[in-house]
Ligand binder design. Structure first.
Ligand SMILES: NC(=O)C1=CN([C@@H]2O[C@H](COP(=O)(O)OP(=O)(O)OC[C@H]3O[C@@H](n4cnc5c(N)ncnc54)[C@H](OP(=O)(O)O)[C@@H]3O)[C@@H](O)[C@H]2O)C=CC1
Ligand SMILES: O=C(O)[C@@H]1CCC=N1
Length: 277
């Protein structure tokens, strides 16, 4: 597996996160390729390791075991058109990380019943702490599912989901999720600064608190509610703050925001036109 030839189409944030994780996990750098029209994006990726870079998508796919589509959903049609012949010739497994874009859409753009894996990772893959959900087209066999598991499993937790539509909910949960936590942390830092703490102090204490809470959530043998109860002394400060969150509708707000994210993923899954050759 560590010598499988893996080509990334698109050298942006997510390609960088997954490649960083693969390299940290010992994947042979010379077997990792990335293709992107922008030379500066490729140069940024080369700072992660001695990977091969291309500005020609088809050339990057020659002989690849796996092609990871890491472009924005809006340009998926153009990007798939640029590699379809090469992918068919090499028999590569195509894995898409794009939000929304469905397997049916990708198969129609590849112009065959290609085996495909659609997945939804997240940016913590960069530090080996990703959470990725995967769904395979019926054409993908056990070996191809195993390969996809190995690649995304190298950068964090993986979870196969039983139906493709689950990926839209996963996008709203763990795909976008890191941004929700960062936003909450930003808000805590702003509030702490408004209370007179220095920014450096507020940032350091907020980061460590988030890290500590996440570690406890992962490692403790009790559930989140019990962990929260243990912080909340009766009649104390946490109780006052939590009452404020509950009375002002935090849960409804979170549900509303996640529904909006899922709806956007569904919109992005609407069929795309095949670009003119
Ligand atoms: N960011 C995230 O947290 C997550 C993103 N995703 C999905 O990952 C995908 C990529 O997102 P992200 O990495 O954030 O986006 P980025 O914009 O950072 O990366 C996309 C890259 O593709 C390049 N590109 C544009 N056109 C082409 C082309 N024709 N061929 C090859 N490369 C091209 C872009 O270049 P240029 O910038 O010059 O246009 C850019 O470098 C999206 O589909 C998104 O839905 C999934 C999970 C989480
Ligand atoms: O915001 C987006 O559309 C992508 C998908 C999940 C995270 N980032």
């Amino acid at each position: 597996m560590k010598t499988a030839i893996i080509t990334f189409i698109g050298a942006g944030n997510m390609a960088s996160s997954i490649i960083g994780g693969l390299l940290a996990g010992g994947h042979d750098a010379s077997c990792i390729r990335a293709s992107d029209p922008a030379r500066e994006n490729l140069e940024r990726l080369r700072q992660l390791g001695d990977i091969k870079v291309y500005q020609d998508n088809a050339a990057a796919c020659a002989g690849a075991d796996v092609v990871v589509m890491a472009v924005k959903p809006q340009i998926m049609a153009t990007a798939l058109a640029s590699i379809s012949a090469q992918v068919a010739a090499s028999g590569s497994l195509v894995i898409s990380i794009a939000a929304g874009t469905t397997i049916a859409t990708m198969q129609s753009l590849l112009d065959n019943r290609a085996p495909l894996v659609r997945c939804m990772p997240n940016t913590p893959s960069l530090v080996g702490a990703g959470a990725t959900a995967l769904y395979a087209s019926p054409e993908a066999g056990p070996q191809q599912r195993k390969l996809a598991s190995a690649i995304l499993g190298a950068v964090g937790l993986i979870q196969w989901v039983p139906q493709e539509s689950d990926l839209d909910a996963i996008t709203a949960l763990s795909g976008s999720g890191p941004a929700y936590f960062f936003l909450f942390m930003e808000a805590m830092i702003e509030a702490a600064c408004a209370m007179g703490l220095s920014r450096d102090c507020a940032v350091a204490m907020t980061r460590q608190t988030a890290f500590g809470a996440a570690r406890m959530a992962l490692e403790s043998d009790v559930d989140l509610r019990e962990l929260r109860r243990r912080v909340t002394s009766p009649g104390g400060t946490t109780e006052r703050a939590v009452q404020c969150f509950e009375h002002e509708g935090l849960r409804d707000l979170v549900a509303h925001a996640m529904a909006a994210a899922r709806e956007r993923a569904e919109e992005m899954g609407a069929p795309q036109e095949t670009p003119d050759a």
